[in-house]
Write a protein that binds this ligand. Structure first.
Ligand SMILES: Nc1ncnc2c1ncn2[C@@H]1O[C@H](COP(=O)(O)OP(=O)(O)OP(=O)(O)O)[C@@H](O)[C@H]1O
Ligand SMILES: [Mg+2]
Length: 370
């Protein structure tokens, strides 16, 4: 068991408070991703778990044990960073074996461990090469192997893939996911890339300015963002958001007037809202151009004009300007030039509502009375 617990953790650098007060549990054997924009405190949090940074207050516990005064080397954590430093004059085999040699493990045992790790990471044919004879991705795998070789209970990753090209990043991301499933070690993975977070995480922690905005599974964050910040951060393309001018409950649900003082679009939704919405949102992939299926609501957008088409091969996204503001839709055809008035059909449960304080407004379906 290597659950990681942060209790009332805070961090300040001089006068600057970077992390005010965080409570967080990172479950044993799961991948927790710390996700947030640059400067929000992800690396600082990770470094406090590793012991490379001292908390200003609070407790770090690994497997129940208080770690605040335990040196980094005794915490049982393996670190994988963006800038992997391999020993240039050592072969892959010697690089992998290095931590074991330092720990005075027998030569036979070193060889057995190196062969096993090399097998797992598909490095076996490369064992006698030097780092300069490897590609960036191969080097990163050696660095990961070196971190893994002492069988740590905890893996700490700080943007390990951000130096690599896209194709390699996608491949190594799957590699890490596979490795984590096999090892069943507890992992904390720092990234600002939401796709990386969505593919790797059991649990995502969204951070902003040193505070936790939401903790949940990738799908929970996608389907039920707790606030505007999370809604905007999770999902590509970015969620469409429109201002709500008026929001009134009526017998069949809620009547909304979207837009601003000059442009207004009525929308009736068969939902009871638990609060007043000032912003409404829906994702590109959840709106359809065309007539509604039973139960769907219709949003009529005037003065549409195509700004750009993002062609992805199997589908395309269309970026539009409309009377309500800019939005993005899943394109109905390969190369659409949408314009004029568009009628969007959306299932009511795909709509997201937010109040003036940016929190999600909960809603419940109102069934039509027969
Ligand atoms: N040693 C330090 N002294 C002063 N301020 C620091 C120090 N280390 C970090 N900070 C500040 O703390 C904040 C959080 O930094 P941190 O490195 O944790 O961010 P991050 O979320 O990892 O960002 P990025 O995605 O850019 O790596 C930043 O505003 C940074 O400037
Ligand atoms: Mg960082």
């Amino acid at each position: 068991m290597a659950e990681i617990q942060l209790k009332s953790i805070s961090k300040r650098f001089g006068d600057v408070e970077v992390i005010p007060d965080i409570d967080l549990t990172m479950p044993d054997g799961q991948v927790t991703v710390l996700l947030g924009p640059s400067g929000c405190g992800k690396s600082t949090l990770l470094r406090m778990i590793a012991g490379l940074e001292t908390p200003s207050g609070g407790e770090v516990r690994i497997a129940g044990r208080l770690m605040n005064d335990v040196p980094p080397s005794d915490r049982g954590c393996a670190l994988v960073f963006q800038n992997y430093a391999l020993y240039p004059h050592k072969t892959v085999r010697q690089n992998l074996a290095f931590p074991l040699r330092m720990a005075k493990v027998s030569a036979a045992e070193q060889q057995r461990s190196v062969d096993e790790i090399a097998g797992t990471l598909e490095l076996t044919p490369l064992l006698d090469r030097f780092p300069r004879q490897l590609s960036g991705g191969q080097r990163q795998r050696v660095a990961m192997g070196r971190a893994m070789i002492r069988r740590p209970e905890v893996f700490l990753y700080d943007e390990p893939l951000s130096n690599l090209d896209l194709e390699l990043r996608v491949r190594l991301r799957l590699e890490i996911a596979r490795m984590q499933r096999t090892l069943k070690a507890t992992a904390v993975y720092v990234t600002h890339d939401q796709t990386e977070a969505m593919t790797l995480a059991d649990q995502i922690v969204v951070l902003r300015k040193g505070r936790i905005e939401q903790v949940g599974s990738p799908l929970t964050l996608y389907r039920s963002p707790a606030n505007l910040f999370v809604a905007g951060f999770i999902g590509t393309p970015r969620i469409n958001l429109f201002k709500v001018q008026r929001c009134e409950p009526d017998a069949r649900g809620t009547f909304l007037r979207l837009g601003d003082a000059t442009q207004q679009v009525p929308l009736h939704v068969p939902l009871r809202l638990h609060g007043e919405a000032t912003t409404i949102g829906f994702r590109a992939e959840q709106a359809r151009i065309g007539e509604p299926a039973p139960g769907e609501v219709v949003l009529e957008l005037r003065d549409c004009e195509t700004l750009a088409v993002e062609q992805l091969g199997d589908r395309a996204f269309c970026y539009l300007r409309s009377a309500l503001g800019e939005l993005v839709l899943l394109a109905p055809t390969a190369n659409p030039q949408l314009s004029g008035t568009l009628r969007l059909s959306i299932a009511p449960e795909s709509l997201h509502f937010f109040s003036a304080d940016e929190r999600a407004v909960q809603s419940e379906a109102i069934r039509a009375v027969a």
